[in-house]
Design a protein around this ligand. Structure first.
Ligand code: KG4
Ligand code: ZN
Length: 367
């Protein structure tokens, strides 16, 4: 089954064509993030205007890629699409409407089923995707084993799910205030690192920090790390960083080296909490896999920590080490894209009449 996915929830305009939920036949994305760098955040109307400009060229490019990959005659390119999947939320209303109205029009004109998708849940399905020809053995890359814990860490969401199989998603907990990505974005802005999004800027600054050589000992809180539940809170971190920055400014000590150390500690604080809570959930539910998704999953320090903690995972009562496999999508599949939308739609194939599809900016994730 081949599904065309469309994603326009925030500052990206994306289209992808995925076969059987896994094989990438086309994957195209145009982002307006460069424009938002100047304003330090997304201005909704600016984002939507860009999406209106790019939606059709992006679709056209995705159809061109599929024509090439499947060696089709150009006039047959639309025939190979079995269904259309579109992000209906959560996201910015103006942005969502661009994708939703485009998808509805295509469903009507082509007479194809249309599947509404929650893009936060869809992030998890990046772990099933692969590009043909990439596997050195020529075999299909392995799919995750179950049960599994999935952690979605994006700009607006930090959510943990339990998955009994590839279709079931049980929400376990999430952030009570700011999301992990938001903590990266807000602290980057507070530090004057500029740009948008802030996660890669903090990661780049942190990478310059030499742990051994520093005398400056900034220590930030790890909010709720011992809270004994699977919820998160990151807004206190932002306040603590603001205090540190103001203190350093007053003392005229906000040097490059201190900026690097602060960025390092921000990344440590956020990743410590994410790893601890996810491993707690993995322990509780005795899972075989941990699946990461969302923009923050592109953070190398996060995956490095997960990998080392999983290696030290406590042995089972029988004394055997439980093999937990960590799945981390390629960075371009962690951040927003349309491939995950089509993949999710394959595993949760619930078409509804196009008349009933509606953009839902505040769509919830508790399932
Ligand atoms: O999933 P995503 O692309 O969009 C949303 O659905 O929000 O996630 C965007 C978030 C931003 O907060 C961004 O700062 C963060 O992902 N991000 C990162 C990295 N790359 C993107 N955070 C930390 N390290 C990164 N390398
Ligand atoms: Zn996202």
């Amino acid at each position: 089954m081949r599904i065309l996915g469309i994603e326009t929830s925030c500052d990206e305009t994306a289209a992808a064509i995925i076969e059987d939920g896994r094989k990438i036949l086309a994957n195209v994305l145009s982002s307006s993030s460069k424009i938002h760098e100047k304003t330090g955040g997304v201005i909704p109307e600016v984002a939507a205007r860009e999406q209106i400009k790019y939606m059709i060229p992006v679709l056209d490019e995705a159809l061109y890629q599929v024509t090439k990959n499947l060696e089709l005659r150009t006039e047959n390119k639309l025939d190979i699409i079995d269904a259309i999947a579109v992000t209906i939320g959560p996201g910015l209303i103006g942005s969502l409407l661009v994708g939703v109205e485009t998808a509805k029009t295509m469903a009507l004109v082509l007479n194809k089923p249309i599947i509404p998708v929650n893009h936060i849940l869809a992030h998890i399905y990046a772990n099933w995707l692969y590009t043909p020809g990439r596997s050195p053995s020529g075999h299909l890359p392995g799919a995750p084993s179950f049960p599994a814990i999935a952690l979605v860490v994006s700009g607006g969401h930090t959510e943990l799910f339990y998955m009994e199989d590839e279709k079931s998603l049980k929400w376990l907990g999430g952030t009570l205030d700011d999301a992990a990505g938001e903590a990266f974005d807000k602290t980057a802005r507070l530090m004057g690192l500029g740009g948008y999004p802030g996660g890669p800027a903090i990661a780049a600054e942190a990478a310059k920090f030499k742990v051994q050589s520093s005398k400056f000992k900034v220590k930030l809180p790890r909010p709720m790390i011992h809270s004994n539940d699977l919820n998160f809170s990151f807004s206190g971190l932002k306040t603590a960083v603001m205090r540190e920055v103001n203190k350093l400014k007053e003392m005229h000590e906000l040097t490059n080296a201190k900026m690097q150390e602060l960025a390092y500690e921000i990344q440590e604080a956020i990743t410590d909490v994410l790893v601890k809570k996810t491993i707690d959930a993995a322990n509780k539910y005795k899972v075989k896999s941990i699946l990461l998704g969302g923009g923050v999953a592109a953070n190398n320090r996060l995956t490095e920590k997960f990998q080392s903690q999983i290696t030290n995972y406590p042995a089972s009562p029988a004394g055997r080490q439980l093999p937990i496999i960590l799945h981390v999508p390629l960075p371009k599949l962690c951040t927003d894209n349309a491939a995950v939308i089509a993949s999710y739609a394959y595993f949760h194939n619930q078409p509804i009449p196009w008349q009933d599809i509606q953009a839902q900016p505040n769509l919830e994730v508790e399932v």
